[in-house]
Ligand binder design. Structure first.
Ligand code: TNX
Length: 487
């Protein structure tokens, strides 16, 4: 096992098409990576490939610019490709003579490089090679997401960067950061400094919490962008707001600030819906977050507003969408926002059926995050040391073996933007915990989002079994699920 010829079978997510041929391309001390002239992004991706080659061959191939694609015996990355590959697809051909990777955009090249990484041997050897194979690969959905809750427990820049590195290997392209909740406010807002000074000072269990300065948040956005991942910031409203309410008395209808909260109940907090100060506050927050976030989306939460009346909720959701739009962004909200009037373009993220029918009637695009299938914070089985179980147990098989296209009744595939797996962190306290709950379930989610419809659990399960050693080599603390016969 693990000779390079076998390796193509363990690609995750599985490519659109794979054709094997004879032989392989041997890496040598003469191997050079060529890129097109004058493209800085391609240079960065080529350097990443060089690092991956170095890890297994002990030799980091140099990167050079070149005008034409004539040269033999080397690796060539090109931004000239078949139009049908779209924005994110790529084509790679490996022969005994060399490697040709083509895409229409740097993102496509980046995904091609992740595929090449999985085709390389797991362990370093002097005779490292790539199997002769020809792959054409185009994603099924444009939204391939993971969510990390940095509010219940705070995770700093280094942890978030590691998370980005790990998920980008599976062609995930959205990282939704849940930046505020009852237990903590995690992004600096210069016009309302107590949000982080007070609201960021603790977390579940009473630890010291923390927050991202605006500089740190920008660092995360840039780091993610260099891995073709878009950061989607969430400011959860009008419920899940105790940290903000504790920071500023004027946001409370009682005009008194509650204590900070470090337990895990939900549904008890609400912004003061009928006060203009609330909307001044939100306008400031959204303006600052929008200015830090170069991409189109801001998530407004909208979930579990059990302390807001229905009438107030509808009024509020309408107004906050207008604020988001005024700052040039598109709003995303959890299922429940479907009960309110949605502005054209607003996206509903479905985690429970509530709100779904009304969101569908309003033609909202949907992101699917069904809790009983892909909540990464659910226990795997009754013996899981971490996690919750309100949506049931979510085994590795459960998280893979469902079909997004027919999951919600009457939902056309064209209305589905994609899927996203959230990791809520009430019970998750360290990077090791994050990895344990995320891996390997997120790999299955990545495949559901990327690969053509109609993959089977049996086939996936074998690829995952072969992939375990690779996760080990990457230092990932993954759950060795009994659903899989790990090699
Ligand atoms: C429900 S999912 C929540 C979160 C919790 C999660 C725990 C959603 C939109 N709201 O506030 O952290 O359950 O699984």
């Amino acid at each position: 096992m693990h000779n390079p010829e076998d390796c193509y079978v363990c690609l995750i997510p599985k490519p659109t098409s794979v054709f094997e041929s004879e032989g392989n391309f041997s890496l040598s001390r003469d191997t050079i990576i060529f890129t097109q002239k004058d493209n800085r992004e391609t240079g960065f991706i080529a350097n990443l490939l060089s690092t991956f080659l170095g890890e297994v061959s002990g030799y980091e191939a140099p990167v050079r610019e070149q005008d034409s694609d004539k040269k033999q015996g080397n690796i060539y990355l090109s931004l000239k490709a078949d139009e049908s590959l779209g924005e994110e697809g790529y084509e790679v051909s490996i022969t005994t003579d060399g490697v040709r990777l083509h895409a229409n955009s740097p993102a496509g090249l980046f995904y091609g490089v992740q595929t090449l990484r999985q085709l390389l041997p797991i362990y370093s050897s002097e005779t490292a090679s790539l199997p002769a194979v020809s792959i054409r690969d185009v994603p099924r959905f444009e939204w391939r997401g993971a969510m990390l809750d940095v509010s219940r427990h705070f995770f700093g820049v280094e942890d978030v960067k590691r998370f980005i590195d790990l998920i980008s290997h599976y062609k995930i392209n959205r990282l939704h950061l849940h930046l505020s909740d009852d237990q903590g406010w995690r992004v600096e807002i210069k016009s309302w400094p107590r949000l982080t000074e007070v609201g960021g000072s603790t977390q579940v269990g009473g630890g010291k919490g923390g927050y991202f300065t605006q500089e740190q948040y920008k660092e995360i956005v840039d780091y993610a962008r260099s891995r073709y991942i878009m950061i989607v910031p969430e400011i959860d409203t009008p419920g899940h707001t105790n940290a903000a309410l504790a920071s500023y008395a004027e946001l409370n209808s009682s005009e008194e600030a509650p204590e900070l909260y470090t337990d895990t109940r939900v549904g008890f907090s609400s912004l003061w819906i009928n006060s203009e100060i609330t909307y001044t506050f939100l306008d400031d927050v959204i303006r600052e977050v929008a200015a830090l976030t170069p991409t189109p989306y801001i998530h407004i939460g909208g979930d579990e507003a059990r302390s807001t009346s229905e009438e107030d909720y509808k009024y509020f959701i309408k107004r906050i969408q207008e604020i988001v739009a005024a700052h040039g962004k598109t709003a995303i909200g959890w299922s429940e926002i479907g009960e309110a009037e949605l502005l054209p373009g607003t996206i509903a993220q479905i985690w429970i059926p509530a709100g779904f029918e009304n969101a569908k009637r309003q033609s909202a695009k949907m992101i699917l995050s069904p809790a009983n299938k892909i909540y990464l914070d659910m226990k795997y089985d009754t013996s899981s040391p971490l996690g919750l179980d309100w949506a049931g147990l979510v085994s590795v098989k459960d998280s893979y073996d469902w079909e997004p296209g027919s999951y919600m009744e009457g939902l056309e595939e064209s209305q589905i933007l994609g899927i996203e797996a959230p990791l809520w962190t009430e019970t998750v306290q360290s990077m090791k915990d994050i990895e344990y709950m995320t891996f390997p379930r997120l790999l299955g989610v990545a495949e559901l989002a990327w690969s053509p419809k109609g993959q089977t659990w049996d086939d996936y399960r074998q690829r995952l079994a072969a992939h375990g050693e690779r996760m080990e080599a990457m230092g990932i603390n993954f759950f060795k699920s009994p659903d899989v016969d790990w090699e």
